[in-house]
Each structure stands twice: as C-alpha cells, then as structure tokens.
Write a protein that binds this ligand. Sequence first.
Ligand SMILES: Cc1ncc(COP(=O)(O)O)c(C=O)c1O
Length: 377
Amino acid sequence: MIASQRHLFDMPDDIAYLNCAYMSPLMKPVVEAGAVGMARKAQPWTVFPQDFFTDSETARGLFAQLIGATADDVAIVPSASYGIASAAANVAVASGQEILILAEQFPSNVYSWRELAQETGATLRTLQKGQDDDWTRVILDAITDSTAMAALPHNHWTDGSLIDLVAVGAKLRSVGAALVLDLTQSLGAMPFSVPAIQPDFMVCACYKWMLGPYSIGFMYVAPKWQAGRPLEQGWITRARSEDFARLLDYAEDMQPGARRYDMGERSNFALMPAAIQAMQHLLDWSPEAISETLGARTSDIARRAATLGLQALPDSARAPHFLGLRFPGGAPEGLVQRLAAEQVHVSQRGDSMRVTPHLYNNDTDTERLIDALRRLV
Ligand SMILES: Cc1ncc(COP(=O)(O)O)c(C=O)c1O
C-alpha cells in the first residue's frame, strides 16, 4: 500500500478530487520539468540537434518498461485517436469480416473503425453487455472465423467493468484476428503486460492515469506491424535524420522499429520532460502497488455507498482504480454539479457516476464524498 502522495500535488485540503478518469492533476515535479522545458525555447541557442532525440528515446524506454516491451516498439503520438487512426491504416480487414467493439465505447476508439468498415465492406459489430456484467464472456463468444479484429479497452470508461485481455488476446490469435487496445483509462494505474496479452497495436493518452500532460501519448506497435504505413511523412522519422546537415539527402528508409509512426514535432521540449517525470514516478511506485492502493480506496467507497442504496459492480468485475456507482431510480438531476459545489469532484458517464481516485487522495476525501452523498442522494 502506498501512503497518500498529496504533498506532491498542488491540491488544497478542502478539495476532494475523485475524477482521474476525467483528467489527472500534474505533480509539482512534473509541472517543474515542463516549465524548464518551455523556458528552453526562450533561448533556442541552448537547444542542440541531439536534443530532438534524447528525451524522445528516454520516454520511449520508460513507456516500454511500463508495459514489458522495448523502446523500439514504442511510437510517440498526440492522442488516443491518432494512435487508433494509425492502427486502422494498417490492420488487415477484408470485406465480409467483422470488427468488434463494445457498446458505449469511447468515441476515439469507434470512429476510425466505422470508417474502416465502410471503406472495406467489413461489418462493425457492437457487442452488448449481458445481465451478468461479464464483458469477457460476451467478447469470447463473439470471436469467430469471421473476426478480423477487436478494438477494446482494458476496462470500460463508464463504469470500470474489466475485460480479461489475456483470454481475449489468445482467442483472437487462435482465429488469426488482431487486437487493438486503447488503454487511456487504465495504463499507469493497472499492470499491463505486452508478452501476456500480445496486442497488435496499443495506444494510451497520458493525461489521465499516466499522470502526464495533455497532448502526449504513446503507442505500442507489435514487431509484425513495424514496417507499416504511418499517418504522416515527416523528416525526423526518416533514417539518418540525426544529421541535420544532410536532411536534403532525402531518405527512403525509416528510423528503426515503431518510430516511423511518431507524430510530427514529437520532440516536444515542454511536454516530453513532463511526461518523463510522470512515468518515472509511476515506475517507482509500480502499477501493481498503485492498483492495490486505489483498489482499497474504491472498495471502501463502494461498500459505504451501498449502505446509501448505490450499486456498483462486484470488485472482481471492475478495474481496481475505477468505480462506477449507479442509482436504482437513475442519477438524481444535477448531482455531479451539487457535489462539485461542495468541492467533491466526480463525473457522470452514461448512467454511471465515476469515482476515480489516485494517490493524491486521502481518507478525508473519502469521508467528504460519503458525507455529501448521504445528504444529497
Ligand atoms: C477510453 C478513452 N480513450 C481516449 C480518451 C481521450 O481520447 P483522445 O486522446 O483521442 O482525445 C478518453 C477520454 O476521456 C477515454 O476515456
């Protein structure tokens, strides 16, 4: 268990921020690293050609450590939607095949698949969760010889319901289908293993559970797709781009590994040092310990919310860091706004009130939430 790390955050005592699924706050050292990086651009004579590469490579290596891959497998992207679009430009989908997604999946992991289905004559099949709340069984049952791929999260962004990606990955491989993942609502707060799950593409925006800045994300690309087609044709992703004097010797070949998928201007001198700081903290704490710590807090909240008549998935059916509370008669009108007026911050998605803590929370925050719910529900 990790003790509350609130001292690392700029978070007044009277704020109960339980809304990491919306956006995490940045730690003070992360803000500091970003500020130092931003200030460098005020003095460009301090920015050297090698600086376009060093932080990018450090960040790739840290992200790779988080997921059990190598730096060569990691591309730098601005958003989940960019990574999903890169995956959609490369996966093999043919007419008559199926692309599987979940009902109420986050839009960044839907629209590219709609478009790909229209272009290829494939069917986009939206799976519905059954009464037993078991997404894994629904997905496993849906995978057939007609499945081209599945585009999934690790846990649903509305209520935290968990998917067994090891089982799903194995079944997809058994029929020759691909697995594309958007881990924006889990990576950093929950362990993830590339060797165990073997995704084809996996993308994660950094501004939630990675505790990083907005507009930076990372994408894992399996070795078999590393010779694929990037969305952009930039200069830095080409071979020998380190040699600025010879950039006009236009190169046909590319930087090795997944680097060909990097976004333009990926050497972001302000945001990349911030993302690096955040990942170093996550690795120091470890996703396992973060998950265990947040799991204890959400279980406690779920148990106490149940005494007020609010329902949640059983702990075993949801991601430890992610609690969705449901009201038997539907959510009271304006509840999230009334909680916010009392400085208790949560969010509503679908019919689920998301309570998503991180290490900045403490027991006082839990008390404030429960006390406010007792009065307002
Ligand atoms: C599951 C999921 N994916 C991705 C995003 C963000 O998408 P993008 O990076 O395309 O803005 C969110 C934001 O709420 C999300 O919940």
